[in-house]
Structures are given as C-alpha cells and as structure tokens.
Design a protein around this ligand. Structure first.
Ligand code: TXA
Ligand code: MG
Length: 318
C-alpha cells in the first residue's frame, strides 16, 4: 500500500526550489501557515484556482483568501483603505484577513474571488510561507487544506490525510501555532468582523479607536463559508454540556473536571488561546478514535473564546 505520508517534505533548499517550481507551473501544493495549513496556488491563474476548488470540493460561490508577502505587492489588486493601513501596521504579518474592493484591472482570477467585486487578502507570518511568497511574482490563493465543510488541518499529516495521494506535495512546517483560521474583517463599508479569530474585536476597536459591536453571525452571506455546516468532524456534536455521556467524547476546558477516559481537555490552564490551538487537533483525534458523539462544555464567549464558539457552533450544525 502506498504510504499516504510519502507526499510530505521537510523544508530545505531543494524542497523550497521544488515548491516554487510547482507554484510557477500553476500546481496546487500543501503549505504551513501560522493559523492552519492550506492548499496554495497562483492567485492569478484560473487553472491553478480550479485545481484547488476541485481538490477541496468547494462550492464555487465561496471565494478564497489571497495571500501576499507585504503591502507593497497589493497595489495593483486592491483599493487601499486608511483603516486597512492602521490594522496592517499593527497586526501584519499575522492572523488577520481584510476584505477590500478589488481593482478593476486586478489580475486576480475571478474564480478565486467567486466573481465578487471584493477580495480577501492576508499576509501570513509563518517563516516558510513568507519565504515562498517573497520569491514569487504573484500572490497565492490559500484556503484551509481540508475538504469543504470539514475540520481545518494544523499539521502536514492532517493535510495528507484529507487528500491522500491526490495531493503530491506538502511542506512540513511543524504544527500551526495558532490553530484556528484568521480573523476576517470586512472593510468595504462599515467595518464588520465576518469570521472571528485570535485577533479580537476589542483589539481592532483599540487600534481604530472605534466601538464596533459584538460579532454576530452575519445574516447576509458576506463570507459564504460562514453560514452552513463547517469545521465539522462528521460526528454529531452537542454544545454547552455540563456532564459527559457514557460513551461520548467529552471536550472540556479548565481544571475542575477530572481527566479520565473519553475526556479531552482544550486547556488545563483554562487559557483560551491554548484552547484555540488544541481545538481542531482534538476534533481530529476524536474522529480517529471513532467516537459516535461529542459533548462540549460551555466556553466563555470573550476574546478568542468567540472564535472557538463560532467554530463549535458551525461544527455542531447538522
Ligand atoms: O487563516 C486563514 O485564513 C487560512 C490560512 C490557510 O491562511 N485560510 C482560510 O481560508 O481559512 P478559507 O478559504 O478556508 O476561508 C476563507 C474565508 C471564507 O469564509 C470565505 O467565505 C471568506 O474567507 N472570504 C473570502 N473572500 C471573501 C470576500 N471577498 N468577501 C467575504 N468573505 C470572503
Ligand atoms: Mg476553510
């Protein structure tokens, strides 16, 4: 049997050169970022983007995030906004994505932006993806490296397990440090958080000296990926549970629960950042152990807790 991990490569000069070569040939490859692993392809190439949608089995109406090395590279593609510059200065490179107006003559593939007049851009921090972006003359569309609707990957082997031999080349950059996807901020009108993440509403308010209200699941489909079932381990999940069921996996947070069989602790120190980092890893582990149901304790809805609850809510959707 073919080893499903034979497509994972530790980075060195020759692996780097191969990654660049594949991307220039409009292939799709697995890459690490500080949030989650992704599938990267040339954002200017329809054929590259098509490969990504096919691999992920992603609906065409759900646009991709376009990743750049730094803001000097975005001039031809997006309309720059004052709020963007302030947030960029504070948080980039880092786990935040900006939805901006796309320039009419932008070369970004219309497939990547699902034909919208806007585009989501991000400047990832992970050393390896930055090294790659620096060497390219085009930005990279990088959605999370999972099949549509399922849990995002946080290691190279998670990506390999999602796509098996269909993905030939995945770079191993260690476990993703943040563990959940970037905060998505819409700057095309009144500022709005479309997807909460590690960078919180409070932090954004602080930088812009504004008072944006709490993140709510948007009623209009602004981030098409944000409404339906998503981030799902494929097992029924029940949220806000106080006690564990007999045979169910029980996801907990903090010290007060005794650790025993069927119990998975997001953070023994009750640290929300640590919990975010462990969330997808634990969901994958529970799936591998073939549990039939997952109970989850209530997680406080503050700061990164909002991002965790957002993912849990979607994951629990039937
Ligand atoms: O942390 C991340 O953002 C990761 C890593 C790999 O960079 N990427 C990621 O991409 O999470 P993806 O494709 O799994 O999620 C992109 C989200 C989706 O919810 C999508 O609907 C939204 O961004 N999005 C993309 N373009 C948009 C646009 N023009 N307007 C509104 N939402 C957009
Ligand atoms: Mg995703």
């Amino acid at each position: 049997m073919k080893n499903i991990y034979s497509n994972i490569f530790k980075v060195n000069n020759s692996i780097m050169a191969r990654a660049i070569k594949y991307l220039k040939k409009n292939q799709a490859i697995g890459v690490p970022t500080e949030t989650v692993y992704g599938i990267a392809g040339n954002a200017y190439s329809n054929s590259s983007i098509q490969k990504i949608y096919n691999l992920k089995n992603r609906p065409k109406i759900n646009p991709l995030i376009v990743h750049f090395y730094n803001f000097k590279h975005i001039q031809n593609d997006v309309e720059i906004d004052k709020r963007f510059l302030k947030l960029y200065k504070k948080f980039c490179p880092g786990p935040i994505t900006f939805v901006l107006k796309k320039k009419l003559n932008s070369k970004i593939s219309k497939l990547a932006t699902a034909n919208l007049s806007t585009v989501a851009i991000r400047f990832p921090k992970h050393r390896i993806i930055r090294q790659i972006l620096k060497k390219l003359k085009f930005p990279l569309a990088i959605p999370s490296g999972n099949k549509s609707q399922s849990v995002s990957p946080v290691t190279a082997s998670d990506v390999a397990e999602e796509f098996k031999h269909k993905l030939k080349f995945i770079i191993d950059g260690g476990r993703s440090n943040i563990g959940i996807e970037s905060t998505v901020v819409d700057l095309t009108g009144k500022i709005k958080i479309l997807r909460p993440g590690l960078i919180s509403r409070e932090q954004i308010n602080g930088v812009l000296k504004i008072n944006m209200s709490n993140f709510k699941n948007p009623r209009v489909i602004k981030s098409p990926g944000s409404l339906k079932k998503h981030y799902s381990p494929g097992i029924p999940m029940v949220l806000n549970k106080k006690r564990k069921g007999e045979k169910h996996a029980f996801i907990i947070f903090g010290k007060k629960y005794k650790n025993n069989k069927n119990v998975f602790n997001l953070s023994k120190n009750a640290n929300l950042k640590e919990a975010a980092k462990n969330l997808y890893r634990i969901l994958r582990k529970i799936k591998k152990l073939k549990y039939k149901k997952i109970y989850v304790v209530k997680i406080k809805n503050k700061g990164v807790g909002m991002a965790i609850n957002d993912r849990l809510k979607h994951a629990a959707n039937k």
